[in-house]
Design a protein around this ligand. Structure first.
Ligand code: ATP
Ligand code: NAG
Ligand code: NAG
Ligand code: NAG
Ligand code: MG
Length: 412
């Protein structure tokens, strides 16, 4: 491009002539605008990236919160303690109105104040510890994060509206403790120093009133679980699906409470639905009902699950009756089918025994010579009928034992 210029204003005006380059001039004029636009664009992009990043994080947190509602209270616990000094667990629980446990904030505060003292048991899902809160003993079942589903399910069942009952293990609180790499999941319940029915019967015998008290309270707990109560103050029907002497606790006055609700299913008759798809054959093989062992159980009918619980209940009262000391005579403690299957029986072992051979635990002769043991052995036989529909209901058992208790009282 040729750029030239001339002037004729005065002599030698060319000396002062400055060439004006159109490109240069254009560039000089555009440059600040482009710069400003560029900066603005970069800022905008940055803002956009930040905005989307935070949005994503927030929705992720929300999703997490939905899954474990215990995270809701994370911040608030640090700032204020919802617990009143001097209040006992009983005070707290007596004043819960919802019938489904303490508010989450209170649950977490309690959990954070518990001191673990000693390990008292180990099950399929983690360990059970004795802990202390404000001088009271509590039981803490600690699940690893691998078993989050089991923890979540058990907590969910314990928080079922109106579940609380003397014959169901008392739920206190649940909490998840995250230390960055590892999550500990806590389930805090009442502590019972006598341990499980299995623990107790292994070391102790019972008398007739003691046996009836145990059997009546377990039947009570099972009746309460199984019963559907309609209305706002109601509860769904619940089937336990893992009833056994290790999942029943013995209280200090000799009554029992049903524990370990992690495999339970709930039924709502309004929607005619079970709250989780019921996988068959969960539970403990030794205690599985024949229709569960051979998979013939009709899972579309909720009563089927109750009837399978009743079969397991029958085995539990057989374990108790063996330890019933009448005139210094009793049997040694044994698990059901101790004499016919190995210690850790397979499904096939159990199926052959219970479904094909239709065997049931033996009834010792001495049980026929005592009215209470005779009635109790009749009950257990009617609990473990092959035909599930013919089995007794928990409510029926509860009434029969109550009658027997009244008769025994008259004898005294
Ligand atoms: N609330 C409690 N109070 C006192 N002891 C308890 C309590 N809960 C559990 N235990 C003790 O801890 C043991 C372990 O309980 P856990 O439910 O973890 O396992 P399990 O019932 O033995 O086996 P599974 O895993 O098949 O249920 C129980 O057998 C009992 O001795
Ligand atoms: C978290 O807890 C686990 C198990 O108790 C432990 O092995 C791990 O070292 C802990 N991590 C941190 C960061 O404290
Ligand atoms: C526990 O359940 C049984 C059986 O449903 C019921 O009779 C009893 O009143 C309940 N007890 C309490 C304290 O809720
Ligand atoms: C056992 O103790 C509970 C309280 O823990 C009480 O409600 C119940 O009536 C007692 N039962 C018997 C038979 O003593
Ligand atoms: Mg258990």
């Amino acid at each position: 491009m040729n750029i030239h210029s001339c002037c004729n204003d005065y002599d030698y005006c060319n000396l002062d002539l400055r060439l004006k380059f159109p490109e240069a001039q254009g560039f000089n004029a555009i440059h600040p605008i482009i710069l400003a636009a560029l900066v603005l664009l970069i800022l905008l992009i940055c803002a956009l990236i930040f905005a989307t990043f935070f949005c994503k994080k927030k929705t992720q947190q929300k999703k997490k919160k939905k899954k474990q509602s215990f995270n809701d209270v994370e911040g608030s616990v640090a700032s204020r303690d919802p617990l009143i000094p001097g209040q006992s667990l009983k005070d707290l629980l007596d004043h819960t109105t919802s019938g489904s446990g303490l508010p989450l904030l209170v649950q977490r505060s309690i959990a954070r104040q518990i001191q673990l003292l000693e390990i008292i048991g180990k099950g399929r899902f983690g360990e059970v510890w004795r802990g202390r809160w404000r001088g009271e003993s509590v039981a803490v079942k600690i699940f690893s994060s691998r078993d989050e589903q089991s923890w979540f399910r058990e907590v969910e069942i314990y928080q079922t509206v109106m579940l609380r009952n003397d014959s169901i293990l008392g739920f206190i609180a649940a909490d998840n403790k995250d230390n960055g790499t590892w999550t500990q999941l806590w389930l805090i319940t009442d502590y019972h120093e006598r341990g499980s029915l299995f623990d107790y019967l292994s070391k102790n015998t019972v008398d007739i009133p003691g046996m009836l008290k145990m059997a009546a309270s377990i039947a009570n707990g099972l009746a309460h679980l199984h019963m559907e109560i309609l209305g706002t103050q109601g509860k769904p029907a619940i089937a336990h699906r893992d009833l056994k002497s290790k999942n029943i606790l013995v209280k200090s006055n000799g009554t029992c409470a049903i524990a370990d609700l992690g495999l339970a299913v709930r039924y709502d008759s309004m929607t005619n639905s079970v709250d989780i798809p019921p996988n068959t054959r969960v539970g403990t093989k030794r205690y599985l009902a024949p229709e569960v062992l051979d998979d013939s159980i009709s899972i579309n009918h909720f009563d089927s699950f109750k009837r399978a619980d009743i079969y397991s209940f029958g085995l539990c009262i057989w374990e108790i009756a063996r330890r019933c000391n009448v005139g210094g005579i009793f049997e040694e403690y044994q698990l059901p089918y101790y004499d016919v299957v190995p210690f850790d029986p397979t499904l096939d072992d159990m199926r052959k025994l219970v479904c094909v051979d239709r065997q049931r635990p033996q009834i010792p002769n001495r049980w026929q010579s005592c009215e209470a043991l005779r009635v109790v052995s009749k009950i257990m036989k009617e609990c473990w009928y092959q035909n599930a529909a013919a089995r007794l209901t928990a409510l029926r058992i509860k009434k029969t034992i109550a009658n027997l208790e009244a008769q025994e009282d008259l004898k005294m």
